[in-house]
Design a protein around this ligand. Structure first.
Ligand code: ADP
Length: 562
């Protein structure tokens, strides 16, 4: 298969990949391509390759024949005439060209595949331009200067705040100086915001720019959650009172009923670039091209080169006039996968640009993905891990632990979570408080909290089973977006919480197993949270209706007696 060139990663100061792509001309050779020496040639590279190869072969053949004749005629080999001299020069020149071309290509391919892995291990290096790459720390030009001088330079605007890490070469000192500069500039202190006790080097170039401290969040532990026969203690970072206690109560009810069970229905992170053509007919051509199984197989090969863990599964297309939205779905191992899928998509766009030179890439993300926004596409087709989790809660447990009844729970669930959400026009919000549990676990385990939007999509079902005695409860969550490597997961506190759950880092035996297990734990915790809050509501509802109807009965009887 022909090797196509890739867009270079954006430099620290370059615009975002989306804006870079936006400015691409609709030409087969994208302006974003890495500039190579061959770009300066007046004729296409394949022609020069052919030319030098022919030159090499012809010269060698000529020289061989010539030397064979010389040997036969006993003429000394070192007595070269002009034609031989020209041939020798041609052989040397073409050899130099061919070695340079193919040798460099081989070295480049080795280096670029290494770069890919290096990039992979620097999570956001491609997608988020970093103002202070760690390599710059090797040239700390302000390291020897007094703090006071540097603070004054920052306050005066002579030294940019974002450059402190690279200019000083000490991340902690940079944060301290920035903090003091901010205090002087704003006239306000940051007394309650701790500075000490955090490894600022661990976030450099990947988690947070221009740090001045860190926010403290309490982490509570609920559980054990008995899920699929295993015990899990759930770390929840929250400032909402009762949340951990309530989830804990749900876990207890689940445990006393024999535990919950979960199934991962689907595992696919998505990214949907949008491209535009001159006509809708042409956009449709690309759609049909992508839907052709052989083309899909070729594109999978291109896509999967982006990482050892990225595996393309599907491309879902949607057309809006002459714009084509291509929703690439792929497995991403134990990574949440946004960077991975974006890189794969970029490779595929580069590739198909050659067959569709009139394709204008509008944006690497066309919102049909759909990331960090409430959308029907995620709710219906899923994004990340699609999980269903269920449990049968025994009648006596509903009474003893949850202080309510099966019939009350089923009734409240139908009227609140199903009918109530329907009348509210909910999109994936057919639950009591899934996002409470999702957010708390996301923050504790270093997930992207903004993905709580779609990760909290959940429909909670409750039915009476076993002759109406017991409660069958399930949560169906089609788009839980979690990872156990990359992003904030490697930071010390978050990593400790993942460790508590037994899903820290990459799963060596089966890549992706840790992330899938984490997704099921999130769903199981949501199940516990739903059970507990719904019980509180059901019990409260019963108390209220008791009060109301008892009073009204009293009133009626009073009225009757009066
Ligand atoms: P994301 O795509 O979620 O933003 P990153 O860009 O941080 O994640 O990619 C995760 C990194 O972890 C990649 O460099 C990948 O090569 C590496 N990695 C190591 N082991 C695994 C694994 N089991 N699954 C996925 N990625 C892994």
């Amino acid at each position: 298969m022909e090797t196509r060139r890739r867009f270079p990663p954006p430099s620290c100061t370059s615009p975002s990949p989306a804006s870079t792509l936006r400015s691409l001309p609709a030409a087969p050779r994208s302006s974003g391509d890495r500039i190579q020496a061959s770009d300066a040639l007046p004729i296409p590279i394949r022609h020069t390759n052919l030319l030098f190869s022919l030159l090499f072969v012809c010269s060698i053949v000529f020289l061989m024949r010539r030397w064979r004749d010389k040997v036969r005629e006993s003429i000394p080999l070192h007595a070269v005439d002009l034609s031989e001299l020209v041939s020798i020069i041609s052989v040397v020149a073409s050899l130099i060209y061919l070695i340079s071309f193919f040798g460099i290509a081989i070295v480049q391919s080795i280096v670029s595949s290494h770069e890919d892995e290096v990039d992979d291990f620097l999570p956001d290096s491609k997608m988020t331009p970093s103002p202070a790459p760690s390599s710059d720390l090797a040239m700390p030009v302000l390291a020897g200067r007094e703090d006071e001088d540097i603070i004054a330079a920052v306050v005066a605007g002579k030294t940019p705040s974002y450059a402190l890490e690279s200019a000083i070469g000490d991340c902690h000192r940079a944060a301290e100086i920035r903090r003091e500069a901010i205090r002087r500039i704003s006239g306000r202190g940051l007394d309650g915001l701790p500075l000490e006790g955090f490894d600022y080097g661990s976030i450099l170039g990947q988690c947070c720019e221009m740090p001045v401290g860190y926010v403290q969040l309490p982490v509570g532990i609920a559980g054990p959650l008995i899920l699929d026969g295993r015990e899990h203690y759930l770390p929840m970072a929250t400032t909402e009172g009762c949340l951990v206690a309530s989830t804990n109560r749900g876990c207890k009810a689940i445990a006393e009923s024999g535990g919950a069970a979960s199934v991962v229905l689907r595992d696919a992170m998505t990214r949907a670039p949008v491209v535009r053509f001159l006509t809708a007919a042409r956009a449709a051509e690309l759609k049909f091209f992508l839907e052709e199984p052989t083309n899909f197989d070729n594109l999978s090969v291109i896509f999967n080169r982006s990482s050892r863990f990225a595996r393309l599964q599907d491309i879902q297309c949607a057309l809006v006039g002459r714009n084509l939205y291509m929703r690439f779905c792929c497995t991403t191992g134990d990574a949440m996968g946004m960077n991975m899928v974006s890189k794969g998509v970029q490779n595929v766009l580069d590739y198909i640009q050659n067959d569709f030179p009139d394709m204008d890439v509008i944006s690497l993300s066309g919102n049909f993905c759909s990331d960090k926004k409430s959308s029907a596409v995620n709710w219906i087709l899923g994004r990340g891990k699609s999980v269903v989790c269920e449990a049968v809660i025994k009648e006596e447990v509903v009474k003893k632990v949850l202080k309510t009844s099966v019939s009350a729970l089923v009734e409240v669930n139908t009227i609140k979570n199903l009918a109530g959400s329907a009348i509210a026009g909910a999109l994936g919000g057919f639950n009591a408080h899934a996002s409470n549990i999702v957010s708390a676990i996301f923050i504790a385990t270093g997930q992207d909290p903004a993905q709580n939007v779609e990760s909290s999509h959940c429909i909670t079902m409750m039915e009476a089973v076993n002759d109406g005695k017991d409660l069958h409860i399930s949560v169906t969550m089609p788009s839980i977006e979690v990872g156990t490597v990359g992003g904030g997961t490697q930071l010390a506190s978050q990593s400790a919480c993942l460790d508590l759950l037994g899903v820290k880092g990459a799963c060596m035996e089966s890549p992706g197993a840790n992330a899938r297990l984490l997704a099921t734990i999130v769903a199981g915790s949501v199940l516990a949270g739903e059970l507990s809050l719904m019980s509180a509501l059901a019990a409260g509802q019963l108390v209220k209706s008791h009060m109301k109807y008892n009073r009204s009965c009293k009133d009626t009887s009073k009225a009757a007696s009066n």
